[in-house]
Design a protein around this ligand. Structure first.
Ligand code: FO1
Length: 319
């Protein structure tokens, strides 16, 4: 079976959008392709934060306040590690730790990241397909005035405080799409590609840096809607450091800055009603604009936005 919709996502905004589409669509109709640029090895364990955030969210196990990890988590191992003088700047909850132990063991046995992800998702009862965008490592790195930081070092250890001058995606130029994503994008059943309201530079950028994905989207948009949702409302990021980064990298901190980033790759940008005054300028970049309420903190709002986007896809098919 080939999916009708492929959703590219990462981070909390991505997990929320994935949750909405999973509620609105049958498992066989949806593929959720997830960023791996945040992945890293901590204390010898393979951690894939974006895959886990989507997995825990779809399984209903996520902590909605914190935005990552398990709800009702305990922290005995992390606290004990700190007491022993071990590295504890990145906190792994006790339940979460089991995910990383399992992933690390299965990768060490020679399984691919996509096979491990499928097995973890099945173990928590998820029926929808969650796939890492690539089985090869892509690592986001942040260049500052005096150094090059690994993503989690920048984001968690240094609280995204250093001023960024460049973002690099190590390994992306040699990476391939996982086969499931390649087949889904090439298939005639595909009705639309959706890019979640994730941080374009941190969560979507590592995926677009895979040459195969960029050229596929450039080709695809001539016949299939490629719809991105802005993670910026009224010059503010919905969550995380997107607005700060946009400014530091010299972009306009608005939905227009997001539109410039996706120019040539998308057919539609979905922006918040409150940013409707930007629509004319965004259309000037060669894309259509859809205005709606894009703040989706609750499952009901996530489903509402997914259903609205599916109606937009249907309307473009009949237009
Ligand atoms: N974010 C933090 O701010 N502090 C942490 O200690 C932390 C631990 C962590 C463990 C597992 C996991 O899946 C995510 C974790 N995150 C933590 C979130 C993560 O760093 C970022 O939110 C994502 O990489 C950005 O999408």
């Amino acid at each position: 079976m080939f999916p009708r919709i492929v959703l590219f996502c990462g981070g909390v905004g991505g997990a929320r959008m994935a949750n909405g589409f999973a509620a609105a669509m049958a498992p066989q109709d949806l593929q959720i392709a997830v960023n791996v640029g945040d992945d890293f090895v901590f204390c010898g364990l393979n951690v894939s934060p974006d895959l886990d955030t989507v997995m825990y969210t779809l399984a209903g196990l996520n902590d909605t306040q914190r935005g990552w990890g398990f709800r009702d988590e305990t922290w005995i191992a992390s606290r004990r590690t700190a007491q022993l003088g071990g590295p504890a700047w990145f906190q792994l909850g006790d339940r979460d730790l089991a995910t990383h132990l399992t992933r690390t063991a299965q990768l060490a046995e020679g399984k691919s990241l996509s096979a491990v992800t499928a097995s973890l998702c099945s173990a928590v009862g998820i029926q929808h397909s969650i796939v890492p965008v690539s089985d090869q490592p892509i690592r986001t790195r942040i260049r500052t005035a005096d150094t090059l930081l690994d993503f989690q070092d920048y984001f968690v250890r240094q609280k995204a405080e250093p001023v960024a001058s460049q973002i690099l995606y190590s390994g992306a130029s040699e990476a391939n799409l996982v086969n499931a994503v390649r087949l889904a994008l090439d298939n005639t059943h595909l009705q639309a590609v959706i890019i979640a309201p994730s941080n374009p530079w941190l969560s979507i950028g590592p995926m677009l840096a895979i040459p195969e994905l960029k050229t596929t989207l450039q080709r695809l948009r001539a016949r299939t809607p490629v719809i991105a949702i802005s993670p910026i409302i009224a010059g503010q990021a919905i969550k995380g450091p997107a607005a700060k980064l946009l400014g530091e990298l010299g972009h306009e901190v608005s939905a227009f800055g997001v539109a410039e980033y996706y120019k040539g790759l998308i057919t539609h940008l979905v922006i918040d009603n409150g940013d409707a005054h930007l629509a004319e300028r965004i259309r000037g970049l060669g894309m259509q604009v859809h205005c709606t309420d894009i703040l989706i903190p609750t499952p009901a709002e996530q489903t509402r936005l997914a259903q609205e986007l599916l109606a937009l896809v249907s309307s473009t098919a009949t237009a």
